[in-house]
Every structure is written in structure tokens, then in C-alpha cells.
Design a protein around this ligand. Structure first.
Ligand code: TYC
Length: 101
């Protein structure tokens, strides 16, 4: 077709918003038994015995350890449930959350 004027097409890719992720952090204390920490990590965060043991030891020696990252809701729910599991046994076990950079 002569003199066909083509409209420039700039393809706009719809931006897929990725939800912000939150870290669940395990805090060390002097009272919660190591084995109990491992049990909670396995139950609430689906870690293997090996992974759970490594996370527990890291928190034990360094003071804190990142357990996993989730969307905000999931991170907060899991941190609260894991903290409550300790509280139910009279332990000061604590999990917190913080946004990823
Ligand atoms: N420090 C505890 C002990 O010696 C074990 C422990 C590890 C507790 C990690 C909490 O986040 C923790 N019994």
C-alpha cells in the first residue's frame, strides 16, 4: 500500500509488582533448649533436621540468624506461631521479622 504511515508501536510491558519480602529472624537466648529450637524450626518453617540445626547453631553463636523470607503476612504469622510455641513451654524463644532491603 503506497503512502501508508505506520504508527510507531512501543510495546509497553505491564509491570508485575513483586511483593516486598520479609525476613524471619531467630534471636538467641540463654534458656531455650537447643533441641526445642530445632523442633520448632522443623515444624513451623519446614526445615530439614540439618538445616534446622545449622540455623539454631548460627543464632546460638552469632546472636541472630535469618530463618527464611516470605511475604509480610506469612513472615509475621510464622514468627508469631514459632514464638508462641516457645512461650507455651515457658521459654523466651523469640522470632522477629524485618523487611528485606
Ligand atoms: N542458647 C540456647 C542454649 O544454649 C540455644 C538457643 C539457640 C536458643 C538459638 C535460642 O535462637 C536460639 N540452650
Amino acid at each position: 500500500m503506497p503512502d501508508t504511515v505506520l504508527k510507531p508501536r512501543t510495546k509497553t510491558r505491564p509491570k508485575t509488582e513483586r511483593p516486598k519480602l520479609y525476613k524471619v529472624i531467630l534471636i538467641n537466648d540463654d534458656f531455650t533448649p537447643r533441641e526445642f529450637v530445632v523442633t520448632v524450626l522443623k515444624a513451623e518453617f519446614k526445615l530439614s533436621e540439618d538445616q534446622a540445626h545449622r540455623v539454631m547453631i548460627t543464632a546460638h553463636t552469632r546472636g541472630v540468624c535469618v530463618v527464611a523470607v516470605f511475604t509480610r503476612d506469612v513472615a509475621e504469622t510464622k514468627a508469631a506461631r514459632a514464638t508462641d510455641a516457645g512461650k507455651a513451654k515457658g521459654y523466651p524463644l523469640l522470632f522477629t521479622t524485618e523487611p528485606e532491603e
